[in-house]
Design a protein around this ligand. Structure first.
Ligand code: PGA
Length: 259
């Protein structure tokens, strides 16, 4: 049984006031989430404020990226140690917006992944194909290349500490989500690769989230697909009632599969 995980990726949104209000509303709406884990990933500037709002409650804190070194002359960067210090337990890595806008390579993402694990941050490694790659039938080779490069050389145990997120680029922020069937097919493929790269046991335990236009009205169907273990939610995580509804749907699916 893999407990569903719902991660809110706030991207570059939220003043301190807005971040506090949103985190407070999510906290109050999810006092005792059962059968589901919840993580909020605000921008760097809001991490300390959101950490304070979440306190020692069940909702966890994550960051949207990190540098691959613990400290040093890297203007503008934030290290994994700093993220741990502010209360983060999670970090998103390899998001397609960073791959495209910042030019993050698979090699760099691998270094970040190692650094995050070394600091006991749990990485959510994002992979996904563009619309063009899907049209050309390159979905599997694309995600396979990203996964292999991201995990290359990691110890088997370390792979067990990672969460994957399948985020087709064509579904991010477009309002067009992958169907449960489309996502399930890719998740199954990724799980097969994990079996090969780590072990069958780790592959069965690893959560693979789906991301891309997840909202309250499609989350239930997506998370009900056996291969989908939760969601990485962008736009819809900026609205507390909508995000809470997504978490509750995932919790229902999680509870039902426990029976
Ligand atoms: P979206 O973004 O939910 O707004 O499509 C998902 C993501 O980029 O993680």
């Amino acid at each position: 049984m893999r407990t569903p995980l719902i991660v809110g990726n706030w991207k570059m949104h939220g003043t301190l006031g807005e971040a506090r209000a949103l985190a407070g509303a999510v906290r109050d709406g999810l006092k005792r989430p059962r059968g589901v884990e919840v993580v909020l990933c605000p921008s760097f500037t809001a991490l300390a404020a959101v950490a304070e709002v979440l306190g020692t409650g069940p909702i966890q804190l994550g960051a949207q990226t990190c540098h691959h070194e613990a400290a040093g002359a890297h203007t503008g960067e934030v290290s994994p140690a700093m993220l741990v210090d502010v209360g983060c337990r999670w970090v998103l890595l390899g998001h397609s917006e960073r791959r495209k806008e910042i030019g993050e390579s698979d090699g760099l993402i691998y270094q970040k992944l190692r650094a995050a694990l070394a600091h006991k941050l749990r990485p959510v490694l994002c992979v996904g194909e563009t619309a063009e790659e899907r049209r050309q039938g390159l979905t599997f080779p694309t995600v396979e290349g990203q996964l292999r490069a991201g995990l290359a050389g990691l110890a088997v145990d370390a792979i067990g500490g990672i969460v994957l997120a399948y985020e087709p680029v064509w579904a991010i922020g477009t309002g067009v989500n992958a169907t449960p069937g489309q996502a399930g097919e890719v998740h199954g493929y990724l799980r097969g690769l994990l079996s090969e790269l780590a072990s069958k046991e780790i592959a069965q335990k690893t959560r693979i989230l789906y991301g891309g236009s997840v909202k309250a009205d499609n989350a239930g169907d997506l998370v009900a697909e056996p291969e989908i273990d939760g969601a990485l939610v962008g736009g819809a995580s900026l609205n507390a009632p909508g995000f809470i509804a997504i978490v509750k749907q995932a919790a229902r699916v999680g509870a039902a599969s426990k029976e």
